[in-house]
Design a protein around this ligand. Structure first.
Ligand code: NAG
Ligand code: NAG
Ligand code: NAG
Ligand code: NAG
Ligand code: NAG
Length: 371
């Protein structure tokens, strides 16, 4: 509860960041260093970005959609107006074997070429000057980028719209500027510096994600028989403590099931299903939280009054507790839904069912940490 409160205070004390509407992250550039015109427009490589296409971001997005929190900064949606490519380093630099950006000594020589072969929509090839045909962004998709070498099994081509197509025998993949960058590379054979793509190795999902996913599943597998055993024996569910424990376990099992379902679904989840899962998950997480609180409260009460657990009056108390827990959990869910559907600024909205089925966080299961 304290954590939750601290979280809320932290969230409120930070100013409100809203993504630019209809603009995926990879189409934006950092505009911190660019001067604003009187009418609010900013020019980036001679492209005018009006106020409507600017927004404040408190994160950066990397390969495979990994978000990293950074200080709030202004970004503009420049790639909406002219297609972008991404350079790993400054225009006058190139990336070396250690992944560092170093001065490109060949940059202005006759051996250097700013031209690159692109594949047009009609399938034909065309040689274009990168800096005329594209807007360029700068940065790397991840810390340790590696050059993409064409082989018999896979080769790359840069599409007209700046998307990098990795053609493979089984299946082609498309990398946006979020996932690749270009750098000049010295080619011994041609004695020439040419632009080549770099990207990141797809790692297996990290261990903690894997463990979280399966730990939840295993928990569910053990919760269900526990609940059944408690329900089966009057000695166990006859007293108030048993009833409270069952209620807690049922809420926990339901919330874990929703989260597991979301995490194990590989394909897209339809919008209505997403909405229902999101709110159901939220409701049961809240209920589990309150049941646990009641359970603790009841233990404390028991110790205090030093009561022996008689069956008679406890049913009434259980119904009171139930009313309290389910009621408050429902109230929380309704308040959340109200916040979602009200007219407040979208950055204050919980975002259930919009970007993620779960609460709009960096991770699908982040809201569990408040438990
Ligand atoms: C944006 O650009 C400014 C100025 O170059 C720099 O100080 C800042 O770190 C950049 N922010 C991000 C998130 O790249
Ligand atoms: C904003 O001002 C700049 C420079 O003064 C001008 O080039 C541009 O057309 C203006 N844009 C709008 C939308 O008025
Ligand atoms: C190449 O030329 C640009 C200006 O045209 C200059 O800024 C840059 O330092 C030069 N690079 C090298 C390696 O000479
Ligand atoms: C590599 O690219 C060429 C066209 O440039 C294509 O004909 C060939 O099939 C590609 N190889 C693979 C494995 O996709
Ligand atoms: C670029 O073209 C490819 C192939 O037509 C398409 O899959 C991709 O979505 C396009 N990307 C953008 C940013 O328009």
């Amino acid at each position: 509860m304290l954590l939750l409160l601290i979280g809320v205070i932290l969230k409120i004390s930070r100013s409100c960041a809203v993504d630019i509407a209809n603009c995926p992250y990879e189409e934006t550039v950092n505009l911190s260093n660019y001067a604003s015109q009187e009418n609010g427009s900013i020019f980036y490589q001679n492209i005018e970005i009006t106020k409507a296409w600017q927004g404040y971001y408190d994160y950066e997005q990397y390969f495979n959609g990994v978000n990293v929190n950074v200080a709030m900064h202004l970004r503009g949606c420049v790639c909406k107006f002219k297609k972008c490519v991404k350079l790993c380093c400054q225009r006058s630099e190139l990336i070396n074997g250690n992944g560092q950006c170093i001065t490109n000594i060949g940059a202005n020589s006759s051996h250097s070429s700013d031209f690159i072969m692109i594949t047009q929509t009609n399938g034909e090839f065309k040689k274009v000057d990168i800096f005329n045909h594209f807007i360029w962004q700068m940065g790397r998709p991840c810390n340790r980028v590696a050059q993409f070498h064409s082989t018999a099994q896979s080769n790359w081509s840069l599409l007209e719209n700046g998307t990098l197509k990795i053609r493979r025998t089984e299946q082609s993949m498309y990398y946006t500027t979020r996932d690749y960058c270009l750098s000049q590379v010295y080619d011994d054979h041609g004695n020439e510096y040419t632009y080549e793509p770099f990207s990141c190795v797809i790692l297996n999902p990290s261990w903690d994600v894997f463990i979280k996913k399966y730990a939840m599943l295993i928990s569910i597998i053990f919760f269900i028989p526990t609940v059944l055993i408690y329900l089966g024996f009057k000695e166990l569910h006859g007293n108030l403590g048993g009833k409270l424990l069952i209620s807690y376990l049922i809420s926990l099992t339901m919330s874990y099931s929703v989260i597991c379902y979301i995490n194990f679904t590989t394909g897209a989840i339809s919008a209505p299903a997403c909405l229902i899962l999101g709110y159901a998950g939220y409701f049961f997480v809240r209920a589990a939280f309150f049941w646990l609180s009641i359970l603790s409260f009841d233990i404390w009460r028991n110790i205090k009054e030093n009561l022996q657990t008689g069956i008679k009056s406890h049913n009434k108390l259980y119904w009171l507790y139930s009313l309290l827990v389910w009621g408050v959990a429902l109230l929380c869910t309704m308040l959340t839904a109200l916040a979602e559907w009200s007219k407040i600024d979208s950055c204050w909205k919980p975002g259930i069912g919009t970007k993620h089925c779960w609460l709009d966080g960096k991770q699908k299961i982040s809201s569990l940490q408040s438990l």
